[in-house]
Each structure stands twice: as structure tokens, then as C-alpha cells.
Design a binder for this molecule. Sequence first.
Ligand code: DAK
Length: 258
Amino acid sequence: MAGFEFIETTVTESIAVIELNRSRQLNALNRKMVHEIITAMERFDGEEDVRVIVLTGKGRSFSAGADIEEMTNDDPISLELLNQFADWDRFALIKKPIIGAVKGFVFGGGFELALCCDLLIAASGTEFSFPEVGLGVMPGAGGTQRVTKLVGRTKALEWLWTGERISAEIALKHGMINKIVAPELLMEQTMTFANRLAKQPPLSLRLIKDSVNKAVDYPLYEGMQYERKNFYLLFASQDQKEGMRAFAEKRKPDYQGK
Ligand code: DAK
């Protein structure tokens, strides 16, 4: 995809990779960059040939947070008029699986961006932190909500109040990331995992993501009703027929995402 200043994108087979490309500033997220990331993600979400989206950062860090220089002189009215949260809100609407491959610092807005991913693979040595409290502010792009839903109120408050650095091991222990890999194997292992997902029936992945996301917000009964509708819906797909026929015929299914 051409025309981006702060990200690079590539597509390998059916995996789209979006790389934050501002490594001299540790991929600090300026506004244009966030806009570019979500724009690329939405385009890939709509491309039939793409089945999984990988988000990562160039250089030694995933992202050291929002660009502090850019927001130093913000005031509530300028923030309201900029309406930047509109871009951040769009991450929750991406239907395809998003895998974050993170390393180095995953701080502030960078941490919030990582929490927009569905799965996270971290290089050993990765550190997560919400340093906002040390700047006299707090996370505003979903950090307090997403981390609390993931790890619970007690740890969330500790991390958000202190701004302390959370090691990859602690993140794994609290179910915040999926696995830790050697730094030099981060992309290789992420692509292997992405390829595994890319072979699964895309509509199943899509409706599983939708249902699991509802589980976070809905009471159990309502969530189960919602799940049921998605379950029924998959029986309208060609891939359901293909999957079950392939089982009966003792061959590998060939899923088309239809
Ligand atoms: N912003 C701007 N530049 C940054 C940066 C950042 N967040 N983080 C690092 N850099 C720049 C450094 O200034 C330095 O630039 P030069 O001096 O070389 O020009 C370069 O990246 C390399 O950084 P260091 O020299 O500091 O590298 P070190 O290894 O010594 O230290 C560090 C790495 C990550 C510990 C340190 O750079 C650091 O503490 N960085 C700041 C971390 C931080 O406080 N992050 C921001 C949290 S606030 C919003 C949505 C989201 C947010 C806000 C609004 N809306 C939608 C409205 C989120 C807010 C935040 O993330």
C-alpha cells in the first residue's frame, strides 16, 4: 500500500503486515500515524485475499506511546475539535484477526494500540507500561478499560497508578499476552502463527471474534443468545458445507471465506 509516511505495509501470501516506521522516536505515535495505521487496517480488512493482519514496529521498540511533543499544548477544546478518538474507535470495528508482534517498549498509547490487537506475541525483554500518570494525565484511548477487562481491577489499578514497567513474563502470567519468543524469532514465529490462522475458515474466525468480544460486554445469557445467532449464520456459508464434506471425504478442506 503506497502513500503512507509513518508506516510500511506488506502482504505475504494472505498475511498483511503493518509496521510502525518512526523508529528514531521509538515509534512514538503522532496523529497522522494513528490515522495511517487504522486506514491501512481497514483497507486490509476489506481485501478478500488478506486473512490475518499483523501489527509490529520497526527498530528496537513497538512504541513508546503517543508523541509527547505533539500534545504538550493541547487543551480540552482543541482535543474535542481534533476528534482523534474517532480514529481510535475504529480499531474495535476490524473484523479480521489482528496479531500484535511487540518488543522493547510498549508504553502509553503504544500499550493501548497493542491492546487493540486480538492476540499478542512478545519478544523476551519487552516491557509494558502506562507512564501517563507520571505526565499528570491518564490513558484515554481505551487503556483503563481494556486492561481492566483483561487482567482485573486489582492489577489494573496497580499498573495504572504506579506506571511501573510490566515484564513480558508478568504480562503472560496475567493473560495479557499469548506468548513470549526470542527477539530474533519474533517475526518468524508471528508469521507461523498467522499462517495457521490463515488456513482456518475466515467466516468462522470472524464470527468467533465477534462472539468473544460480546462475551466481554454482555451478561452470560445475552451472550449465549448472540453466540447462537452467529452459530446459525455459519450454516449459511459454503465453508461449513466444505468443512463437513471434507471431513466425510477424509481430505483437507479448501476454505474460500464464503
Ligand atoms: N513522544 C515523543 N518522542 C519520544 C517518545 C514519546 N512518547 N518516546 C521517546 N521519544 C523520543 C525521545 O525524545 C528520543 O528522541 P531524541 O531525543 O533522540 O530526538 C528518542 O525517541 C529516543 O528516546 P530516548 O533517548 O529517551 O530512549 P531511551 O532508551 O533512553 O528511553 C523510553 C526510552 C521509552 C524509556 C523514553 O524514551 C521515555 O520515557 N519515553 C516517553 C514514554 C512516555 O511517557 N510515553 C508517552 C505516554 S502518554 C490520545 C490517545 C493516546 C494518548 C494520548 C491522547 N488521544 C486520542 C487524544 C496516549 C498518551 C501517551 O502515550
